[in-house]
Design a protein around this ligand. Sequence first.
Ligand code: SF4
Length: 328
Amino acid sequence: MANKLVEVKNLKKHFTIVKNSGKLFHPDKSILKAVDDVSFDIYEGETFGLVGESGCGKTTLGRTIMRLYDVTDGTILFNGTDISKMSQKELRPIRKDIHMIFQDPYASLDPRMTVSEIIMESMQNDTELPASKRKERVLELLDLVGLNSDHANRYPHEFSGGQRQRVGIARSLAANPKFIVCDEPISALDVSIQAQVVNLLKELQHKLGLTYLFIAHDLSMVQYISDRVGVMYLGKMVELADSDTLYSRPMHPYTQALMSAIPVPDPDLERSKRRIIVEGEVPSPINPPHGCPFHTRCPKAGEKCKQEMPPFIEIAPGHFVACHLYFE
Ligand code: SF4
């Protein structure tokens, strides 16, 4: 098996929420547990998919791994180095190895800059490439993402959504990173363009040996691109397995419900398929339920589920689940 590039151990990212209670010196505070005790590894050259309903903490987890947020507790090892407590200055040499592709390519590109300037800015921040070589490198990157030299002097508004995301990908590659966090990179794109962008990411991974954390709510797309997939619910990882196993034999009741909602192309199969409906709203991460965080919505919940948090345990090689149904 490949080396571990990213090792996340018992990671927590909590935010303090200050309520406007009218008390100047003793305001009411509560803790939002966006990521709560999450552990997993990402291997060199793989795509690790992260799924879950909106608000489950997957984007916060990606941003915390990138150290865009400070870590509340736990460790993040990148290439064997503990980056969880590093200052922004200490992180600077590591930043060139870790990049991000954002959800909304339009919002993430400065409208006043040309494509060439946008990509060069990323080089300035992250590489020691001499200025004379940068123009050449911009053209090389544009070619790599399926754009051409004519695009270098255009502004973001002159592109379609799919082309803008290609610019975002070129920018993320400017410093030759090892690891890219793809944060919902296709959610803002037309369905017809999504597959093109995902195929481009796959192609680039193959050519450049990249490692991805791919965050998305489109389960079919995550299955298509990912080697292994983690499922998050209310700040916790509830199931993790290789992509084929997770999609064909989901074990956690929440994963089973998510998978049952994936449309099947065959209309007869689609009609006969049993859809598991999860009732109720996702509870607030400010005041998560005691015991298993899913017990308020789980069709299989028992008494123990209300009292005890299930441990996240390996029930088959590489298949981890947090559910009392699998261990007494
Ligand atoms: Fe459902 Fe209980 Fe398993 Fe939680 S531990 S997923 S409530 S059966």
